[in-house]
Design a protein around this ligand. Structure first.
Ligand code: MEV
Length: 328
C-alpha cells in the first residue's frame, strides 16, 4: 500500500449527438474535452472516509454508516454519496480496512450537461485503484463509475461514465457498449453555458413521461435521432463541418420537441448561428446547462462573444482528450 498521496484526473464530456435517445437504446456520439476534474487521495490512520470538494466548498466524513458535516451545505451528504460508493467498492476490491481522504478539485461546471459527476467518480476510482493497489481493469473502473452514476441519475445510459473513463471520441449504445472513433481533423467546438443548474434524473423522467403519453410520435423522434447519428459518423470521418452543423440543428429541434430545451438554451443557439456557426444544439440532459456550436475556425471568437452577449458564458473546447489517468 502506498503511503504517499495519489492524484488522478478525468475529462468532462460533450455529447455531440443523441442524448436522451441513447437511454432508449439508440446510438449517441460523445467526446472528451479539455476540462478535467482532479482528485487527490491518501490513506488515513483513522477509519474515516473523509471527502472535501474545493469547488463546491463542502467537506465532511462518513464513519460507521453515518455522515458528519464539517463545512458547507446540508446537501453535502447527498452529493458525497456516490463518492462513498466508489470508495467502498475500491476498499472492498483491495481488501484493505483503512480510512481514506478524497479531495476534489474540478474545472467542470456542475449540473451543466458536461458529465461532472461521472468525471468525479472515474477520477476517484482511478486514484484509489492506484493508492490501494486494487488492480481493477479500466473496464472495472467504468463499472464502478456507472454504479455511482445510477445513484445520482436514476436510469442513466452509461455514456457519461464511458467517456469519463476511456476518453477520446465514442459511439455509444447502451446494449452494445461503445466503439472508439478516430476523428482526424480539428473540430472548432464551442461550449456555451446558460448557468442554469438542472437535474439529469428529472429530465430523463420527463422524456419517459412524454414517451408514455405519445409513444408513436416519440419513437419516431428517436428513430430520426438514430439516422442523425449515422450521418454524423460519416461527416466526422470526412471532416464535413457544414453537414455536422446542419445535423446539430435538426438534433436540437428533436430535443426541443421532447421538451428538454430551455428558453435560454434556444437563445444561445440562435446567438451562435447569428455569429456564423455552422450549427448548434443543447448538449447533455438539457433544461438549462450547456449548448455546443461548431463554427468556421476564424469565427470561433465571434461565436463566443455572441453567446456571451446573449447572457451565457462560453469557451472553445479541444476534443478527443485522454480519459481517466494518474497525474503523479
Ligand atoms: C446525460 O449526459 C445524457 C442523457 O442521455 C442521460 C444518459 O444518457 O444517461 C440525458
Amino acid at each position: 500500500m502506498k503511503s504517499e498521496t495519489v492524484i488522478a484526473s478525468a475529462p468532462a464530456k460533450v455529447i455531440l449527438f443523441g442524448e436522451h435517445f441513447v437511454v432508449y437504446g439508440k446510438p449517441a456520439i460523445a467526446v472528451a474535452i479539455d476540462r478535467r476534474v482532479y482528485v487527490k487521495v491518501g490513506i488515513r490512520e483513522d477509519r474515516k472516509l473523509y471527502i472535501r470538494s474545493l469547488s463546491l466548498e463542502i467537506s465532511g466524513y462518513f464513519q460507521n454508516e453515518k455522515f458528519f458535516l464539517e463545512s458547507g451545505k446540508e446537501s453535502a451528504e447527498e452529493k458525497f454519496e456516490p463518492i462513498r460508493v466508489v470508495a467502498e467498492k475500491l476498499l472492498e476490491a483491495s481488501n484493505k480496512d483503512v480510512g481514506v481522504t478524497i479531495e476534489i478539485d474540478s474545472q467542470i461546471p456542475v449540473a451543466a450537461g458536461l458529465g461532472s459527476s461521472a468525471s468525479v467518480a472515474a477520477a476517484t476510482a482511478t486514484a484509489l485503484n492506484h493508492l490501494l493497489n486494487a488492480e481493477l481493469s479500466r473496464e472495472e473502473i467504468f463499472r464502478v463509475t456507472f454504479e455511482a452514476e445510477k445513484l445520482i441519475h436514476g436510469t442513466p445510459s452509461g455514456i457519461d461514465p464511458a467517456i469519463a473513463t476511456y476518453g477520446g471520441a465514442i459511439v455509444y449504445r447502451k446494449d452494445e457498449g461503445f466503439q472508439p472513433m478516430n476523428i482526424e481533423f480539428s473540430v472548432p467546438l464551442i461550449v456555451g453555458d446558460t448557468g442554469l443548474e438542472r437535474s439529469t434524473g428529472s429530465l430523463v423522467a420527463h422524456v419517459k413521461q412524454i414517451r408514455n403519453a405519445y409513444p408513436e410520435i416519440v419513437n419516431s423522434i428517436f428513430e430520426a435521432g438514430e439516422k442523425i447519428v449515422e450521418k454524423a459518423v460519416q461527416a466526422l470521418k470526412e471532416g464535413d463541418l457544414e453537414v455536422l452543423g446542419r445535423l446539430m440543428l435538426i438534433n436540437h429541434g428533436l430535443l426541443f420537441a421532447i421538451g428538454v430545451s430551455h428558453e435560454k438554451l434556444d437563445k444561445l443557439v440562435h446567438a451562435a448561428l447569428r455569429a456564423g456557426a455552422y450549427g448548434a444544439k443543447l448538449t447533455g440532459a438539457g433544461g438549462g446547462g450547456c449548448m455546443i456550436a461548431i463554427a468556421p475556425s476564424k469565427l470561433v471568437d465571434q461565436v463566443i462573444s455572441s453567446i456571451e452577449q446573449a447572457g451565457g458564458t462560453a469557451f472553445p473546447a479541444k476534443i478527443n482528450v485522454e480519459g481517466a489517468r494518474i497525474e503523479n
